[in-house]
Structure formats: C-alpha cells, structure tokens
Design a protein around this ligand. Structure first.
Ligand code: FES
Ligand SMILES: [Fe+2]
Length: 342
C-alpha cells in the first residue's frame, strides 16, 4: 500500500550526474516504477526507465544533449518523454512516448511526484533546511533495506527502541523507553503527519553526544520531530545539563532529516543526515557523527530485517498493540486514509 500523490526522495543531489559526467544516467526504482533522472540546462528530468518500444531500460542508453537515446534500437526521447526520432522512420508515431514525472530539488534532496502530475504541490515538500544550509554541518547518508517501508516508519515513530537497539550508540539509558512521547496531529498547510515529542531528565550522556561535548554529569535530552507523509522525519534533538548538574555547561543541538522511499512493497531506500550547527564542532566531527549514525542505523536495519523475516514466516501473526505504538498506529491509519483517497 502506497500513497501515490506525494513527493518521494529518489536521490541525493550529488547522485545525479551533471552534463560533464560523460552522459552517465542515474536510475532508481520508486513504488515499483523504474525511473531515470538526468540534468539539462533547464533543470532536472525524470522519465520512466522503460522504453516504449520493447521495454529496454533507457538507463542503458545515452544522453544526446537534452534528449535520451535508447541503447537498444535507438529511439530518442525528449525531456518530456515524447519520442522525437525512430531510426529509419520519417516521423515517430504520436503515441511513442514514456511517462515523465514532476521532479524538483530542495536542500540536496531530489524529489519525484508519483501520483497525478496535475496534483503535484510544492507546498507538500518537507522543510529539510539543515541538509542544504551553510549554518549546519552534516554528511548525506543512504541505506537500502530489503523490508517494507512501513516497518521502518514504525521504527522512526517510536524512539523507545533507542534504549535497547541503540544501547551503545544513540541510547545509553532505559529511561528513554520509560518516557511517554507526546503525539499530535500536524495541521500546517500542505503537511500531513504527526508531531512527536519525547523528553528525559537525569540520564547519562550517550556516546554519540560525548563525541561532540563532554558532559561529566547527567543531562536532560529531547527529541522533537515531525513525521510527514510519505515517511519523512524532521527532528530537533539535543541534550543539556540536568537541573541539578552544576559541573557541566553548554549543550548539544542536532537537526536531522531522514526519509524512507519504498522501492517496492518489499524493499526501501533510506536517505538520512544528522548534523550539528557550524561552530559547535568542525567538519571532522560531521564525519565522525556520520560514522556513528551509520553504525546506529545498521543496528536498526539488523532488527527490522529480522522482524520482517519473522513476520514473513508467520503470515497469521497478529501484533499486540501497546501504548508505545500510539504514533505509529496513527501514522499507519493516515497512510491508509490517504492511499484510499489517491
Ligand atoms: S527497446 Fe528501446 S528502441 Fe527498442
Ligand atoms: Fe533507530
């Protein structure tokens, strides 16, 4: 089940070659649809990666100026997907075309609109500001999952798992799992999702924070994030000395942008970054933080992969709803409602 009328991240900006990259063509599958993305002088182009002639992937062809030539029998498509040349024919048949997708770049994420092109709405793009801001240091990350995207959304909507899955990386205290998250609907125009807030007091600083700022005593930690359709997390998080901590000063302040894009019903692309403010560390720190994040996200991937295998082995298994599941239950309902509306 997918919500189609949404912007989905298909790539980081650096993944899409420029005209100088010798005609390399980027291709990735989103919601089961293979798509090629390339750059022209006028901007980005996204076309179906399946030639309308015999179905060969256009990504195996070559760019000729702003047009794309199929590498099999040489049909040429312009940036809106219309075939403009069939070798040996005076004019291509009018129905020779491939689907073109609305595509837009914002703060280093490249988005494609997977639903009705006439409904593509820029107001629905997430505010992933820190990914493209000179005031924030971060490194772009990508992981591929062989699991359904909703299991990854579930994980991102319930941070109680930090205490256990990320005990030695991002978590460090069982108090995180004991704290209740506040969950509210988001009502901003164009944005559909939930706001999730969680706070804990008097906990040890986790290894990931100690790398940024060495706390000797206990700290207060917070995670405030919006989780938007189709599966985008925009989070402010951080830590500062607890009220009774008189030995430490200063704080850690982070901003993270993460999004899941279904590749198929059974596999998912995961794009992420978590950064710190410029001046609260250096570029070397961004690299170290990125490595820590990669390590932590592999902890998630191992658990979610094992969960997927376990669920696949027991198709009749019914999950037991608990209070922990409030945000993810509401988000799944939203996905259901919006998918039915598509
Ligand atoms: S399959 Fe593309 S030209 Fe024949
Ligand atoms: Fe996690």
């Amino acid at each position: 089940m997918f919500v189609k009328n949404c912007w989905y991240v298909i790539a980081w900006d650096y993944e899409i070659p420029t005209a100088q990259d010798n005609g390399k063509i980027f291709a990735r599958t989103v919601l089961g649809e293979p798509i090629v993305v390339y750059r022209t002088a006028a901007g980005l182009v996204a076309l179906a990666d399946r030639c309308c002639h015999r179905g060969a992937p256009l990504s195996k062809g070559r760019l000729e100026g702003d047009n794309l030539r199929c590498g099999y029998h040489g049909l040429v498509f312009n940036p809106v997907g219309q075939c403009i040349e069939v070798p040996g024919m005076d004019a291509p048949p009018p129905k020779a075309c491939v689907k073109s997708y609305p595509v837009v770049e914002k703060n280093r994420w490249v988005f494609v609109w997977m639903g009705d092109p006439s409904r593509a709405d820029l107001a629905q793009l997430p505010d992933n500001f820190s990914s493209g801001s000179p005031d924030w240091c971060n490194e772009p990350g990508y992981l591929h999952y062989d699991t359904n995207y909703l299991l990854i959304c579930d994980n991102l909507l319930d941070f109680s798992h930090l205490s256990y899955v990320h005990e030695k990386t991002l978590g460090g205290s069982t108090a995180i799992a004991q704290a209740r998250a506040q969950v509210d609907a988001i009502t901003a125009p164009g944005q559909r999702g939930l706001r999730v807030q969680r706070r804990v007091e008097k906990v040890p600083s986790p290894p990931s924070y100690q790398r940024i700022h060495e706390f000797k005593g206990t700290i207060e930690r917070w995670w405030d994030y919006d989780f938007l359709l189709p599966g985008t997390l925009l989070m402010k998080s951080g830590g500062k000395p607890s009220a009774d901590n008189t030995v430490d000063s200063g704080q850690v302040e982070l901003h993270s942008c993460q999004t899941v894009t279904p590749e198929t019903e059974h596999s998912t692309h995961y794009f992420f970054q978590q950064g710190h403010r410029k001046g609260q560390g250096d570029d070397e720190l961004a690299g170290a933080m990125h490595q820590m994040l990669i390590r932590a996200f592999h902890e998630d991937k191992d658990m979610i992969g094992a969960q997927q295998a376990s669920l696949d082995a027991a198709p009749d298994f019914e999950m037991l709803p608990l209070h922990l599941d409030s945000a993810l239950t509401r988000f799944r309902k939203l996905v259901e409602t919006e998918a039915a509306r598509d």
